[in-house]
Design a protein around this ligand. Sequence first.
Ligand code: NAD
Length: 417
Amino acid sequence: MARENLNPFDIAQHYFQLAADRLQIDFGMQDVLRTPKRCLTVSIPVRMDDGTYKVFIGYRVAHNMARGPAKGGIRFHPDVNLDEVKALASWMTWKCSCLDLPFGGGKGGVKVDPRTLSKGELERLTRRYTSEILPLIGPEQDIPAPDVYTDSQIMAWIMDTYSMTKGATALGVVTGKPVALGGSKGRDRATARGVQFTLREACRERKMKLKGATVAIQGYGNAGSHVAELLHEEGARIVAATDSKGGVHQPKGLDPKALAAHKKKGASLKTFKGGTPVTNSQLLELPVDILVPAALENQITGANASKVQAKIVAEAANGPTTPLADDILFKRGRTVIPDILANAGGVTVSYFEWVQDSYTFFWDEDEVDRRLEVYMRRAYQASSETAKKHHCSLRGGAYVLAVQRVLEATQVRGIFP
Ligand code: NAD
C-alpha cells in the first residue's frame, strides 16, 4: 500500500475539497474560501536570564473572518511552522462554523521549546510576541486562546500586554484566561463535556446506551482524563486508558479518579495496578463500544482502521484519524464523531467567555454546561442531517455544513470592493 500523506495542511485541504465538491462551489470561490486571509511572520528578540539575546520566530494567521473575528489558539512548540499554523487556522474556521459560533478561524505559534525557558524568559517572549502581533489582534478582530504548551497564565500576560498598550483593560482580547481575570467557569472540562454531549447523540442515533457502554481512551491529559470522569459519572465503563508510554486494560472497569491520581504522582498509566498492560496501538483495537482518541494526530490509519472494533469513535484529539482510515470506518458502518464537532466544546466555551467578558456579567458552571449542551446537540444533529442528505460520513456532513455557512456569509457580504 502507498504511504499515506499525513501532512496536516494537505489533510485540511482534502476535507475542504470534498465539501466544496459536494456543494458544487465554483473554482474561484473555492480559492477565496481556501486561502488564508492573512499570515504574519514576526521575529521576537528576547533578553535571556544570562544577559544574552535570542531571536524566536512567531506567526499569526487569520484564515477566514467572513462570519466574525478570527478565533484560535497559540502554540509554543519547537516544530511550529507556517504550514502547520495555516492548517490549524483553517480547521478553526470550519470548527467555529460547524458549531455556528460568530467567529472565523485563526491560529498562532512560536517556534520554541518553552520547557527550556525560565518563567521570566517565557513572560518576556510572550509579551514581545503579543506586541508584534498586536496590530492584528483585538476583541473584534482576532482572539487568541491556549493551545499546545500555552496556558491561562500566558493568556493573562497577553491580555495585560494588549491592555497596557491600548490604555484600557480589554478582557475579551483572549480566552482561556484565569477565572480571576474574566475566564469562564467550566472551561477546564469544556472539551470533555462536548465529547460527552456528542456521544449522547451518537448513542441515541445508534440506539445504544451510554450507560454500561465500554470505553477505551488514548491519552490521559486535559481532554482524555476529563472525558473518562464524565463518562464514568454517566454510567459508562472505562476499560482501558493510555498515556504516551502505554497504559492499562481492565474489562471489569477502571476508576478514572484513581488513574488521574496515579498520573498526578508523575507515574505513567503503564504502571497502574489492577489490570493488564496495553500499548497505544493495542488500545485502538480493543473490543469496546466507544473509542476516544485524546492524544495525537494520525493514530487510526489505513493500516489499523479495519481492526478497530468500537462502534463509535469520538475524536477528542485533533486529526487522530487519517482520511483513508475515515473511509474504511465509514464503509464498516462505524460512527466517527469528527474532531471539528467532537472536541468543539473548548472553543464554544471560549465563545461564552468572550460573551461574558463583553457584558462583564458572569455565569455559574451549570449555566455554562447547559448552554454548551444546546450548542453541541444542535451541531451534531445538523451535521448528521447534512450527512444523510449527501450520503456521506458524519465528518463529511460536518464539513459540508461548516463550509456552506462560510460560503453563504461570503456571498451575502460580497467580495470587496
Ligand atoms: P495534554 O497535553 O493535556 O494531554 C495529552 C495526553 O496524551 C497525555 O496524557 C500524554 O501522555 C498523551 N500522549 C502523548 N503522546 C501519546 C501517544 N503517542 N499515545 C498515547 N498518548 C499520548 O493535551 P490535551 O489538552 O488533553 O489535548 C489532547 C488532544 O486533544 C490534542 O490533539 C488537542 O489538540 C486536542 N484538544 C484539546 C482541547 C483542550 O481543551 N484541552 C480542545 C480541543 C482539542
